[in-house]
Design a protein around this ligand. Structure first.
Ligand code: PLP
Length: 409
């Protein structure tokens, strides 16, 4: 293992909890990760020692809070390789980032009949905002199909692009299939027809190095809570000229340069998109999470998860009646393992695992169209992160076999 997982675990107080009398085996980090002390302490420090609203006061607390908030934005810009700090907009989560784009880019700047290309593996967050924009604004949605092993079919993807394609949006890593897509060839093809590309980085930002300029995407979105940060803070990266061309998503305080009785002028980016008091303590917490991840090294994080995924896929494939979803090659499979079990519903499995202190996700994982495409309604999903041990995968396998015995199937 490339990370010292035992040492890392000591930084996560929640991992020493017990659940139903068992040590907790937390295998649901793809839904939301646990938080290290460094993040809890960074937020505690603001509340105890320098809490005041940002961008408003001329007194010390406000000034210090503002400096910490601005520093967090700069850290995030550097982490994702953005050209400028102003290209990072804070939102509540990836869902809000995508809604912002659906309103301020698609609805505001596209014309009826313009086309948006998505894929069949998208999370609802990268599905429903576009369905709604299409419905209300006459935009046309197209969905790139998948190959048998759950990858985006590049040939079919390319065949959907045309002169009316204005936007392409897809997940860098699938939250169900685990598929890691190399976005560069898809981005190049999209750019060749003049389309802009949004990358849903919810499952890549926490788990691998991401450089938005090297990838060449126009927008990148992710959620802080999946990458060791707190809830309530998300990121939208956008190229300056695109963000500048977009109207605000929400209006009010903090996002204006001047307000009169007859109208208002907007602040420059990123504040134009950050109406109202921002979640600045959460942004500072996310900054601390990024410091933590950078100290581990994102290449090491990915190598650790690749090894765990390889082990999990190998062990799960030996379980009777278990069908794995997504690519079997750990080089293109992020740290999630989704599966079905013959004659056992994922919810029954998850409940029996919970009795043993093992937390996995069961259901459609906010990807109903994908499940429909696969001809199933639900899967069980185990997901891994920097604190996951191979022994926890062993416990999962034992737990599945226990469930099979209890249910005598
Ligand atoms: C690929 C992907 N996109 C988007 C989201 C939405 O994230 P959030 O609920 O934090 O907005 C998720 C969350 O699971 C996800 O996995």
């Amino acid at each position: 293992m490339t990370l010292d997982t035992q040492r890392i675990r000591a930084d996560f107080p929640i991992l020493s909890e017990t659940v139903h009398g068992h040590p907790v085996t937390f295998l649901d980090s793809a839904a939301s990760s646990q938080k290290p002390l460094a993040v809890l302490q960074a937020m505690d420090d603001v509340y105890r020692h320098r809490y005041a609203n940002v961008h408003r006061g001329v007194y010390l607390f406000s000034d210090e809070a503002t400096q910490c908030y601005d520093a967090a934005r700069a850290k995030i810009a550097a982490f994702f390789g953005a050209r400028e700090t102003e290209e990072i907009v804070f939102t509540r989560n990836a869902t809000e980032s995508l809604n912002l784009l659906a309103y301020s880019y698609a609805r505001a700047l596209l014309q009826p009949g313009d086309e948006i290309v998505l894929t069949e593996l998208e999370h609802h967050a990268n599905f429903v905002p576009w369905l709604e924009a299409a419905r209300t604004h006459g935009l046309v949605l197209k969905f790139a199909p998948l190959t048998k092993d759950g990858r985006i079919d590049e040939v079919q993807f390319a065949s959907l692009l045309g002169p009316r394609t204005r936007l392409v949006s897809f997940a860098h890593v699938s939250n169900v299939l685990g598929t890691i897509t190399d976005p560069r060839p898809l981005i190049e093809r999209a750019h060749a027809v003049g389309a802009k590309v949004i990358l849903d980085g919810c499952q890549s930002a926490p788990h691998m190095p991401v450089d938005v300029q090297a990838l060449g995407c126009d927008f990148y979105v992710c959620s802080g809570h999946k990458m060791l940060g707190p809830t309530g803070i998300g990121v939208l990266y956008g190229r300056r000229e695109l963000l500048e061309a977009m109207p605000p998503f929400m209006t009010g305080g903090d996002m204006i340069s001047h307000v009169g009785f007859d109208g208002a002028r907007w602040a420059d980016i990123p504040l134009k998109f950050e109406a109202g008091t921002p979640a600045f303590v959460e942004a500072i917490g996310l900054g601390a999470a990024i410091d933590y991840l950078q100290a581990l090294g994102m290449h090491n994080v990915r190598a650790h998860e690749r090894a765990l995924t390889a082990y999990a896929l190998e062990r799960l494939s030996t379980v009777r009646g278990l069908r794995l979803l997504g690519p079997l090659d750990p080089d293109v499979h992020g740290g999630v393992a989704s599966f079905t079990l013959e004659r056992i519903h994922p919810h029954d499995l998850a409940s029996l695992l919970d009795e043993q202190g093992i937390a996995v996700r069961a259901g459609h994982h906010c990807a109903q169209p994908l499940h429909a495409r696969l001809g199933i309604t639900a899967t069980a999903r185990a997901s891994f992160y920097v604190y996951t041990l191979p022994e926890e995968i062993d416990r999962l396998i034992d737990g599945i076999e226990y469930a099979q015995r209890v249910l005598k199937r």
